[in-house]
Design a binder for this molecule. Structure first.
Ligand SMILES: C[S@@+](CC[C@H](N)C(=O)[O-])C[C@H]1O[C@@H](n2cnc3c(N)ncnc32)[C@H](O)[C@@H]1O
Length: 217
């Protein structure tokens, strides 16, 4: 594949736009569904929780969250206008019932008051955080005391095999995330790495290691 093509794939994953962006979002929804479910599972959602997701893509999995407990509210924040619109379209019933709220933001300052959320999760976005330490502090600010943050990402050993990750992506090992977290007041309560088989763009099956960090304020 040409350098320009690889760069274009990386840009779409970082910030989906246009026709290709819709395709990319559908593909991510399919390929990443185990990772997303793993992150949600580890949130231990209970009745009345106010939940935030950072970087939801098309958010085609919200049923899975609302099955977990009653009287939940889900907020989704995105940097991609296309994903904001796609997610609203896919979840129009939840949105009209005022159970789900989507907004756009700049990827740095989270537009909510302090200690607003019980649970926060984010899947496959850490690679794109502009200032990871500052961003974790920002997440800390809006999480309630004893609240949970789940960060789910694919391990560097797997990501390195995908040629487009040399552009736009900052890759992470578990150790690197642990080191990042140690610079904040978050406590690591659990960390789990799982391996699954995924299909690459060329149809080849490869093993992917992914990790969820469960952090507590
Ligand atoms: C690789 S996709 C992952 C989508 C979905 N979470 C998944 O795992 O399939 C990354 C998404 O996160 C968004 N994004 C990137 N940086 C972000 C940030 N700092 N905060 C919120 N969303 C971000 C992008 O617009 C894109 O939709």
């Amino acid at each position: 594949m040409e350098k320009e093509e690889l760069q274009a794939i990386a840009s779409q994953l970082k910030h989906p736009t246009g026709e290709k962006g819709i395709e990319t979002a559908n593909m991510m929804h399919e390929v990443n569904s185990n990772m997303i479910r793993h992150s949600i599972q580890n949130l231990n959602i209970s009745n009345g929780n106010i939940i935030l997701e950072l970087g939801h893509g098309n958010a085609g999995y919200l049923d899975f969250i609302f099955e977990k407990a009653d009287s939940l509210k889900y907020y989704g924040l995105e940097m991609s206008e296309l994903m904001f619109h796609e997610a609203r379209k896919k979840n129009r019933n939840f949105v009209s019932r005022k159970q789900v709220f989507f907004s756009l933001y700049d990827g740095n300052v989270i537009p909510f008051e302090k200690e607003y959320f019980d649970k926060i999760f984010t899947v496959n976005t850490i690679y794109f955080w502009q200032d990871p330490e500052k961003f974790l502090l920002e997440i800390y600010r809006i999480l309630k005391t004893k609240g949970t943050l789940c960060i789910t990402f694919a391990e560097e050993t797997f990501m390195k095999k995908l040629p487009f990750t040399q552009f736009e992506f900052e890759l992470y090992t578990s150790e690197k995330v642990e080191n990042l977290v140690s610079k904040t007041h978050f406590k690591i309560v659990h960390k789990e790495t799982l391996t699954e088989s995924v299909k690459t763009r060329t149809g080849e099956e490869i093993k992917r290691d992914y990790t969820t960090f469960v952090l507590e304020k």
